[in-house]
Design a protein around this ligand. Sequence first.
Ligand code: NI
Length: 164
Amino acid sequence: MALRNIVTVGDSVLTKVCRPVVNFDRRLHILLDDMAQTLEAANGVGLAAPQVGILRRAVLVDTGDHGVLELINPEIIEQSGEQTGLEGCLSVPGQYGIVTRPNVVKVRAQDRFGQWFEAEGEGLTARCMCHELAHLDGQLYTEVADRMLTQEELDELMDEDEDE
Ligand code: NI
């Protein structure tokens, strides 16, 4: 496994629509393993393939409960409720925004071997699924945020982090 570089905002790769994964081969598995290592090293909760420069429809969600969830060619098939809360992105370092998302989402996706399955996420997991899937269509949360945090709010947030 190897760490991959995380692309940051301003790079056009983040604005492109990704193509479906068609080969569930060793190359895909290496990509997913590298993404998992990169996500862990960055202390994130989700990562999409375009964030490491690969324009394919593959994302990872790791919100703590069940280890790393791999979603290949994912689609949201159901969503309900609403939540409004803090959101950040490894590709938009040092910033946070307030984003409204569904509270529960059901996703249909393939696993790394091409097998279709469904996964349901609630709260943070639902938020993360929506955020990561949007990356596959070239959309960043900053485009859908209710608002971004001000520098003063960011400073307060960093102070809170230090206190923990
Ligand atoms: Ni992101």
